[in-house]
Design a protein around this ligand. Structure first.
Ligand code: PLP
Length: 483
């Protein structure tokens, strides 16, 4: 593609995206295609001769678009938001345009140094402790996902717990990691990858009302495990659990970890970015005092396109000890001086994208106040939604809802619990099939709850109102068909 062709098609692509986002409300939120439908519509073999770029764009609209679930649709309330925004899209495009692979400082000094500045900026915006800054003993790094961030934290914890022996000897002792039933499943995956196995994952009880991890039970499990000769590698506390946004008591858990020298990771994948707002910084109580590492995803609720998860640690030495390898082909003068950051040693893969560009674009475009306004709007709309649900006798709001997620369930008078749960699932399927909204569910204490996560950049009050009206209407219609 010549520079002139690139310019022409590039403009087409930007126009395509701008039109797509401007008209997104006319799309059904959740893709309605059947399994295999998209694949069958695509040619089984690649073209022998090159094709015009217009054909790609045309097939994108004609074949692929029906198979897209529109995460940026204002009626998307599923899972957690995965915000995109103009500055993030453009920042990512610039990153692609530069085509930089930033594995080492020397492979593009600006890629590394901008990342250092941006993660330090974000630490400041979230009021994270000074020891997480790169000029102190710690530092931050952009990972692809929270799953990777938690895996890297576990590897650092394991390195410290084994006094560096794991890198040489592998898993020669019984190492354990402590989570709760509400911890994200990526932690279990991390334990498998790290070689702890299922037996190495210890599940701490939660408070039945708040679903927050119980520090007393953590202590009891640690005592039991110490007597059995296991070595604790990490405790993972969650600030804003995936299911219901429960907040673990980081300070109390941290005190237990401190007593016993255990690595404390705080997984704040969704909720962490809310700390841009001073009034929500209580979420991170205990982090400054106790967390060895902390991660949050700007790619969820901070207007930054997937993928962008930031991990900080207060002590980078165990992380680097766990992950640094220097083969001859990567040696270079800058690395040898020890005065530069090589982020390849802070992550699992070698190669890395220039992700800092999009986060930089986002922070500069919105400014701290713009970011705060976005979070506050999500929280405000969720609180409004929760108040409408609570005021309706046909529904009950469940679980604390400090942020943008509201968990609730319809009341099905006279139905036993399992039938009521089936009816709730049916209601959700009907709503999602309508094309005008999308939500997901969870289970708490064996019962189905509906989850509505507000926080998409395009979501306005009218969209939440419409969704709520539709839920009420569909619930009444479905209830009328039940015995
Ligand atoms: N941790 C928590 C608390 C989450 O809610 C999620 C995803 O929703 C994850 C980890 C995994 O995030 P990612 O998709 O970035 O790996």
């Amino acid at each position: 593609m010549s520079p002139e062709e690139f310019r022409r098609h590039g403009r087409q692509v930007i126009d395509w995206i701008a039109d797509y986002l401007a008209g997104i409300e006319s799309q059904p939120v959740m893709s309605q295609v059947k399994p295999g439908e998209i694949r069958r519509a695509l040619p089984p073999e690649p073209p022998e001769e090159g094709e015009p770029f217009e054909s790609v764009l045309s097939d994108l609209g004609r074949i692929l678009l029906p198979g897209i679930t529109h995460w940026q649709h204002p009626g998307f309330f599923g899972y957690f938001p995965s915000n995109a925004s103009g500055p993030a899209i453009l920042g990512d495009l610039l990153s692609s345009g530069l085509g930089v692979q930033g594995m080492l400082w020397v492979t593009s000094p600006a890629c590394t140094e901008l990342e250092t500045v941006v993660v330090d900026w974000l630490a400041g915006l979230l009021d994270l402790p000074a020891r997480f800054r790169t000029d102190a003993a710690g530092g931050g790094v952009i990972q692809d996902s929270a799953s990777s961030a938690c895996l890297v934290a576990l590897l650092a914890g394991l390195h410290r717990a084994g006094s560096g022996r794991v890198t040489a000897e592998g898993i020669t002792r019984r190492y354990t990691m402590y989570v709760s039933s509400q911890t994200h499943s990526s932690l279990e995956k991390a334990a498998r990858i790290a070689g702890l196995g299922a037996a190495g994952v210890r599940v701490v009880d939660v408070d039945p009302h708040t679903l927050a991890m119980d520090p007393g039970h953590l202590r009891a499990l640690l005592d039991e495990d110490a007597a059995a000769g296991t070595v604790p590698a990490m405790v993972c506390a969650t600030v804003g659990t995936t299911s219901t946004t429960a907040v673990d008591p980081v300070a109390a858990l941290g005190a237990v970890c401190r007593e016993r020298g255990i690595w404390l990771h705080v997984d704040a994948a969704y909720a962490g970015v809310a700390a841009v707002c001073p009034e929500l910084r209580w979420l991170n109580d205990g982090v400054a005092e106790y967390a060895d590492s902390y991660s949050t995803n700007p790619h969820k609720w901070l207007l930054t396109n997937f993928d962008c998860a930031v991990l900080w640690t207060g002590d980078r030495a165990p992380l680097l000890g766990a992950l640094s390898i220097l083969p001859d082909y990567l040696r270079n003068a800058a690395t040898s001086t020890g005065s530069v950051v090589d982020y390849r040693n802070w992550q699992v893969p070698l190669g890395r994208r220039f992700r800092a560009l999009k986060l930089w674009s986002v922070i500069r475009w919105y400014g701290a106040e713009g970011l705060r306004a976005h979070i506050r709007e999500g929280v405000r709309l969720a609180q409004d939604l929760a108040s409408w649900i609570s005021a309706d006798p046909g529904f009950e709001v469940r679980e604390p809802r400090p942020l943008g997620l509201v968990c609730f369930r319809p009341v099905w008078p006279g139905l036993p619990a399992d039938e009521a749960d089936r009816a709730t699932m049916r209601l959700m399927e009907l709503l999602n099939a309508s094309g005008s909204m999308y939500m997901t569910h969870t289970k708490v204490a064996g019962r189905v709850l509906l989850r509505m996560a507000v926080g998409g950049p395009a979501t306005e009050r009218r969209h939440v109102e419409q969704a709520w009206e539709q839920i009420r209407w569909e619930h009444a219609a479905l209830a009328a068909t039940l015995p």
